[in-house]
Structure formats: structure tokens, C-alpha cells
Design a protein around this ligand. Structure first.
Ligand SMILES: *[C@@H]1O[C@H](CO)[C@@H](O)[C@H](O)[C@H]1NC(C)=O
Ligand SMILES: *[C@@H]1O[C@H](CO)[C@@H](O)[C@H](O)[C@H]1NC(C)=O
Ligand SMILES: *[C@@H]1O[C@H](CO)[C@@H](O)[C@H](O)[C@H]1NC(C)=O
Ligand SMILES: *[C@@H]1O[C@H](CO)[C@@H](O)[C@H](O)[C@H]1NC(C)=O
Length: 367
């Protein structure tokens, strides 16, 4: 409903000023690259035994789908709300054999990294969940194109009215490094290469015909339950006014600043008929945390995992996570931001999608 309201409002603005009318985008397809933030089922189809644990198992999915679809939330993800706002079907996962890709494809895989697994291994960082990193997903996109069009101009025409989301991606590169005990310096050193990889993929999809590309930044990871639980300290100076860990948010900001600068360079290098739009996931989420009360979230529990078992104030135990035997979900996920300590609730996704949509759509409409 709220997405619909914002959409109507945006259309109202476009119509009422009489400008850009002929340029109002009608998106016919969405192509999504990324990780668990956007995965609608690649994880459980890539490694079928995953359908029996973690995001492949109840209580994941119970809010909207009534079954676990492989989405790492109680319900819909931001990409689902974006698809619904564009009146397109929810995106099927590329690895789902019966998927219907008429209106786009989801290449995102839970656990995916921006950097190749081999590149991370060279830095002694182990990506344990999947090998389907961003460049592998780009290869999948090329294969998909080979299946739906035969020559360059035909492919370009097919992609002309498509919306691309390259990310969020890169979060796992830092997550894995952080939880494998790498120093902050080693984490900061990863940032340029992560950003370059994202930029490379944006350039490649543009070469293949993409015209509207959204490039999301990283979340305020210092507000994520797993970080709050793992790096808990009684030194109050380590926390900001939202009770998030400053040092981890600073790392996310460092990544986001570099990514934003790169997006701006890309926009400058490209013709005006191509829109490359940075999506500010960091401020989308911190704004929601700031407005928690008016948004119906419960300030005392919102950063507590809804689904989890807690020996601590965060209801999070990394050895007994949501989706494991006997790990319960809270009765009121809509009062929480954190669903399982790592991923957000459907309600938080909806709030973020609304917040983001308000400027994503006008920005892509300027093309
Ligand atoms: C795929 O989806 C499109 C539009 O959503 C629909 O028209 C078409 O019949 C579907 N194809 C199959 C095989 O279900
Ligand atoms: C990363 O993986 C992609 C896809 O498998 C491959 O094409 C590329 O050469 C690899 N790059 C590096 C630096 O390992
Ligand atoms: C690689 O990382 C592991 C921890 O994940 C650590 O025990 C080991 O010493 C590291 N090796 C090198 C060569 O840095
Ligand atoms: C943190 O708690 C420990 C005991 O758990 C105590 O020894 C230490 O002084 C505390 N540090 C601060 C900065 O309060």
C-alpha cells in the first residue's frame, strides 16, 4: 500500500509538472545481482540440501509466502517490493529450473561475495557459503542473454526498458573477513577492489545494453545484530546515539563513499540516456531506526533478532541460528528490524523500499 502511495505520488509529480512525461519509464524487466539481501531462491537451488536448513526452512517465509522460498527473511525482500511497485511478477531465481524469466531474472545468491572466492582465498579469507560471486553472476547474465536474443542490437533492445540492481554486494566480503578475525586495516584494504569489481560489472551490463542501473551501498553493519552481539563491549564510547557500533558503521561508510564517487564517475562517463543511481541503504536503514517509534517499531526490541535464541540482549547465538531445530520466532516480527540477527524482517524491507523508492524512481525517470 505504501509503495503504491509513493508511486502514485511520483506519477502525480511527473504529470503535474508536465515535464519528462514522455520519458516516464515503464520497466518491463528487472535484473538483480547480489547476495542474501536479494536472493529469492538461488541458494536453495544451487545446493539442494540448503532447502532443509537456514533460509530454506520455516520459520523463514512464514509472513507472506507461508513457506520457505529461500528468502532470508520472514517474508518479502526489498526486490519483491520493487517488483510489486512496478507491477511486475516477483523475480524468479536464475537457478530455479521452472523459473519464468519473461520479466527478468534474479542472479543474487545468499552468501555471495563481490570478489572471486579465489581472490579472497589469496587474502586468507574463506567464502564458505557459495562460489557464485558477482563475476560468476555476470557470466550467468551473459548466458541468459545468449538464450533470449541473438545479436547485439536485439539484446540491447530487450534491455532498454529493464531495471538493473547491482548489489547490495560486497557486504559478505567484509563479513567473512571480520568474523574470521581479520584486522580493521585488512578490511579497509579490501574496499577498493570490492568497489572496482562492482564498477566493472556496471560497465559490463551497460555494454550489453542496460540503461537504468541502481547501485546499492552497504548497510550500517554496526547496527546489525550479529555485529552487535559479536563485538559487544561495555565501552559506551564505541556506540553511537542509535546504539550501533561506530567502527563498523565507519567501515560501511568508507565503502559507500568510494562506491558513490565511482557511481558519479560512471555517470559522467556515460551518455545522458543512461542512469546510474546510487541507492543509499545505509541512510534508508538509519532513518528507519531514528523514526522507529512513529513507524510502529519497538525501540527496545527492534535490533534484537526476532528469530533466535538468546543468552544475550540481542537474542542471537551464532551456533543456534534461526532455521535450526528448536529456534523460535517472535510473535510480532513487525515490531523488529532484525529478523534472524543478520537479515531484516519483511516489515523493515518494506520501510526501506518505500524510503528508497521515493528517490530511485525520479532519478531513473530523468533518463
Ligand atoms: C511467464 O510469465 C508471463 C507474464 O508474467 C506469462 O504471460 C507467461 O504465460 C508465463 N509463462 C509460463 C510458461 O508460465
Ligand atoms: C573471477 O571469476 C570469473 C568468473 O568465474 C573469471 O572470469 C575471472 O577470471 C576471475 N578473476 C579473477 C581475478 O580471479
Ligand atoms: C589465515 O586465517 C586463519 C583464521 O581464519 C588464521 O588462523 C591463519 O593464521 C591465517 N593465515 C595466514 C597465513 O595469515
Ligand atoms: C568492562 O567490564 C569488565 C568486566 O566485565 C571490567 O573489568 C572493565 O573494567 C569494564 N570496562 C569498562 C570500560 O567499563
Amino acid at each position: 500500500m505504501e509503495v503504491f502511495f509513493i508511486l502514485s505520488f511520483v506519477f502525480y509529480l511527473l504529470f503535474s509538472c508536465g515535464c519528462a512525461l514522455s520519458k516516464t519509464p515503464t520497466f518491463e524487466a528487472i535484473y538483480q545481482f547480489g547476495d542474501s539481501i536479494a536472493d529469492t531462491g538461488n541458494d536453495i537451488h544451487e545446493i539442494p540440501r540448503r532447502a532443509h536448513y537456514g533460509c530454506g526452512r520455516p520459520p523463514y517465509g512464514h509472513t507472506f509466502f507461508r513457506h520457505a522460498s529461500g528468502r532470508c527473511s520472514d517474508g518479502r525482500l526489498m526486490i519483491d517490493f520493487f517488483a510489486q511497485a512496478l507491477q511486475l511478477p516477483l523475480l524468479d531465481a536464475y537457478l530455479y529450473k521452472e523459473g519464468n524469466f519473461t520479466h527478468g531474472v534474479n542472479f543474487a545468491v545468499a552468501g555471495a561475495t563481490a570478489l572471486n572466492v579465489s581472490t579472497l582465498a589469496a587474502r586468507n579469507i574463506t567464502a564458505r557459503v557459495t562460489h557464485s560471486s558477482l563475476l560468476v553472476q555476470l557470466d550467468w547474465f551473459r548466458s541468459h542473454l545468449n538464450a533470449i536474443c541473438t545479436c547485439r542490437s536485439e539484446c540491447q533492445q530487450k534491455l532498454e526498458n529493464a531495471l538493473f540492481l547491482v548489489g547490495e554486494i560486497g557486504g559478505n566480503d567484509y563479513n567473512f573477513a571480520a568474523f574470521e578475525g581479520k584486522s580493521m586495516e585488512e578490511l579497509y584494504n579490501l574496499v577498493p577492489e570490492v568497489v572496482q569489481t562492482i564498477v566493472y560489472v556496471v560497465k559490463e551490463v551497460i555494454n550489453l545494453g542496460a540503461k537504468r542501473i541502481i547501485v546499492p551501498g552497504n548497510f550500517p553493519v554496526g547496527c546489525m545484530t550479529i555485529y552487535l552481539a559479536e563485538f559487544k563491549t561495555n565501552d559506551s564510547t564505541m556506540y553511537d546515539e542509535l546504539h550501533c557500533l561506530k567502527s563498523w558503521n565507519n567501515l560501511a561508510t568508507f565503502h559507500n563513499d568510494q562506491l558513490q564517487a565511482a557511481v558519479k564517475d560512471l555517470q559522467d562517463q556515460n551518455e545522458d540516456d543512461i542512469a546510474i543511481v546510487y541507492a543509499d541503504y545505509f541512510n534508508a536503514l538509519t532513518s528507519i531506526l531514528e523514526d522507529a517509534c512513529s513507524l510502529g517499531l519497538d525501540k527496545d526490541v527492534m535490533l534484537k533478532a526476532c528469530c533466535g535464541i538468546g543468552e544475550n540482549e540481542y537474542n542471537f547465538n551464532k551456533n543456534r541460528m534461526c532455521g535450526s531445530d528448536g529456534v523460535p520466532a517472535c510473535p510480532d516480527p513487525n515490531k523488529h528490524v532484525s529478523w534472524d540477527g543478520i537479515h531484516l524482517t519483511e516489515h523493515a524491507h518494506q520501510l526501506m523500499a518505500n524510503w528508497l523508492w521515493e528517490y530511485i524512481l525520479p532519478a531513473t525517470a530523468q533518463v
